[in-house]
Every structure is written in C-alpha cells, then in structure tokens.
Design a protein around this ligand. Sequence first.
Ligand code: RTP
Ligand code: MG
Length: 137
Amino acid sequence: MTERTLVLIKPDGVARGYVGEILSRIERKGLTLAAMELRTAPTSVAAEHYAEHEGKPFYPGLLEFITSGPLVAAVVEGPRAIAAFRQLAGSTDPVAAAAPGSIRGDLATETQRNLVHGSDSTESADREIGIWFPELG
Ligand code: RTP
Ligand code: MG
C-alpha cells in the first residue's frame, strides 16, 4: 500500500554534505519524492514537530540543534514508506544500536546528530506532513 512519510535531513546532514547521499539511498530503495524544500526551521515549527519529547532532558538541546541551520524537509512516498525509511535510517543511537548499512549506522556517531528523521507511524506522518507541508493536507 502506498504511504507517505515525513523525512528531515537534519542540519548536520546538510552541513556535512550528505543531502545527495541520503536522497540517493531513498531513491535506490524505490521510494519517491512527493515534496522537498531546504529551509531553516523556526523554533515554533521544531517545537510542534518534536512535541512528544517536551519535558525530556534532551529536548532543549534537540530544539537548538534542529533550528541551528538549514535542513531538508521532504515528503517521501511508496509502498510501506514509513517502515521502509525507518529501516534505511537505522536506530536512533548511531553507534550502540544502528546497524551498519543504515544511514545512521554508516554515517553518524552522536545520538542527537543522527542525520535524519522519519515519521514513526501513519498518525505521526499525517501530523508531521501537516506541520511542514500544510499545502499537501
Ligand atoms: P527522529 O524522531 O528524529 O526520527 O528520531 P527517532 O524517532 O529515532 O528518535 P526519537 O526517540 O523520536 O528522538 C528524537 C530525536 O531526539 C534526539 N535524541 N537525543 N538521549 C538523547 O540524547 C536523545 N534521545 C533522542 C535524536 O536526535 C533523536 O533522533
Ligand atoms: Mg521520533
């Protein structure tokens, strides 16, 4: 079944020059781009996006990091796109958990600076696409 997921190439991914590498992995998997934009997120957008983490110890640093420079926001679609992109991304901790072969496992070392975000459920995808691309709603 075709799904849509919200993908972010976080500011570390843009700063390190991995936009092409990450988009290439998405395309090689067989997923396609429905929308994409380079932008610097205002704190209000970042806070809405990461609302589920409000109050956690890493939340202030997460907001500071995600708003620290340009990121790529994209809507990615294809069969089982949500799970497919989570598999490409790898687990949250790039060293202790993410498998080699995944974006995080291959290219990152820090849990906060883990290069990408992908929606974790259909509900999250609908909510996050509404935040970043309200015109697609
Ligand atoms: P994301 O939402 O960014 O796709 O990542 P995720 O689902 O794999 O991880 P999640 O639990 O939703 O955490 C969101 C982001 O917060 C940062 N984080 N830091 N202990 C920590 O320092 C910590 N835990 C999470 C990461 O950037 C993570 O991707
Ligand atoms: Mg998450």
